[in-house]
Design a protein around this ligand. Structure first.
Ligand SMILES: NC(=O)c1ccc[n+]([C@@H]2O[C@H](COP(=O)([O-])OP(=O)(O)OC[C@H]3O[C@@H](n4cnc5c(N)ncnc54)[C@H](O)[C@@H]3O)[C@@H](O)[C@H]2O)c1
Length: 349
């Protein structure tokens, strides 16, 4: 049985506990530690073992892997302590506050031979896997522009996420998921970053942002996270040289539209639309396009833990590696730099 301990039993720590307990044949949850005794008590009321101190959890010889699910500013210190105590580490995202911190942690993991990974669970999201499959199968030809966004209207949850020093803000929250997804999907170096980070309702942290990423292979991506928008744009909109794919939202409705073999002829003379004359932007004749449903995808985010265990046992390659996480962190550093300068930043990541 693969034994896991959890540090931080808040929203995400309790989610990890639930996920691990849903795989009783493969994993056992040894117990949890939270700096707030009330949280540890809440875990014990659910029948879990609670550790009184961090040291007590880390010295439990049963535990092979520790999951760190605390606010972001504690990830570095706790990851290093856990590895020094002989544990492998699954760290919540954002893995660290900056790339330099992650380099320090990777050095410890290499020196001590501990497996270290980041919980980039959104690589298993259905909406993402649909777009990844469409791109990989060439269903819309060669992609040249990807838009990936999430939008809410309720602002930033009023906890540590509003505090810069704790690792608050949306870039380190949803941003890291969206950037990780795109970098996992696009196998090409990032060459340019241009970001607008706004603090609309929450001074001190970015609560709405837009960021452009350019890749060496010519592809451009727009990544957008809003917490104060009341009319949502599509979750994914991808343009390729043979068609367009759209996933509307998390419920994964949408379509693929492609040019078919019927030749499109330009209209003779001027075309009038509700916005006046325009031939370029007038709708394409329906007989020159084909519409397809999105592919059906089955996915299970618990495969993240299964892969981590198999990689530790030497029967699989680790899917979310620290080297990939370091590329993502370097992009985040460049995003903060671009926003601060108000200019684009050339990179080779
Ligand atoms: N992968 C995902 O989809 C996802 C979703 C939500 C949150 N997260 C990440 O999970 C982490 C936790 O977020 P959350 O929403 O659960 O926050 P939370 O505030 O709900 O919970 C954090 C818990 O950590 C405890 N804690 C704080 N400092 C500690 C310390 N030094 N040692 C031990 N416990 C400590 C707090 O008492 C609290 O119970 C963050 O890094 C966040 O970015 C990931």
């Amino acid at each position: 049985m693969y034994e896991i301990g959890i540090i931080g039993y808040g929203g995400m720590g309790s989610w990890h506990a639930k996920s691990i307990m849903a795989m009783p044949e493969e994993f056992h949850l040894a117990g949890v530690y939270d700096i707030n005794p009330k949280k540890t008590e809440a875990a014990m009321e659910k029948g879990l073992k609670g550790y009184d101190t961090l040291e007590e959890l880390l010295s439990d010889a049963l535990i092979q892997t520790v999951i760190i699910a605390t606010p972001n500013n504690f990830h570095k210190e706790l990851s290093i302590k856990a590895m020094e105590a002989g544990k492998n580490v699954i760290c919540e995202k954002p893995v660290m506050m900056c790339a330099a911190d992650l380099e320090d942690v990777i050095a410890v993991s290499k020196k001590l031979g501990r497996q270290f990974s980041v919980h980039q669970n959104r690589r298993w999201d259905k909406d993402f896997l649909i777009i990844k499959q469409i791109i990989e199968e060439g269903s819309i030809g060669k992609p040249f522009y990807i838009e990936s966004r999430v939008q809410g209207s309720k602002g930033v949850p009023g906890d540590w996420r509003c505090i810069k020093e704790a690792g608050g803000g949306m870039l380190l929250d949803w941003g890291v998921h969206l950037i990780d997804q795109i970098m996992w999907m696009v196998k090409s170096p990032v060459t340019e970053i241009y970001a607008h980070l706004l603090s609309v309702k929450f001074p001190g942290v970015d609560d709405n942002f837009k960021l452009m990423m350019r890749f060496e292979n010519g592809l451009s991506a727009l990544v957008e996270v809003d917490t104060y928008t009341f009319i949502n744009l599509p979750r994914w909109h991808v343009s390729g040289d043979k068609g367009t794919a759209q996933v509307d939202g998390f419920e994964c409705t949408g379509q693929i539209v492609r040019a078919n073999t019927v030749e499109m002829k330009w209209e003779e003379g001027i075309v009038y639309t509700a916005a006046g004359p325009t031939r370029t932007m007038a709708p394409r004749p329906e007989e020159t396009i084909e519409r397809f449903p999105l592919p059906e995808i089955e996915t299970d985010a618990k495969d993240y833990y299964r892969n981590f265990k198999e990689a530790d046992e030497g029967t699989a390659d680790l899917i979310v590696t620290s080297e990939q996480a370091l590329r993502v962190m370097k992009v985040l550093d460049a995003v903060f730099e671009s926003a601060q300068k108000g200019a684009s930043v050339s990179v080779n990541i």
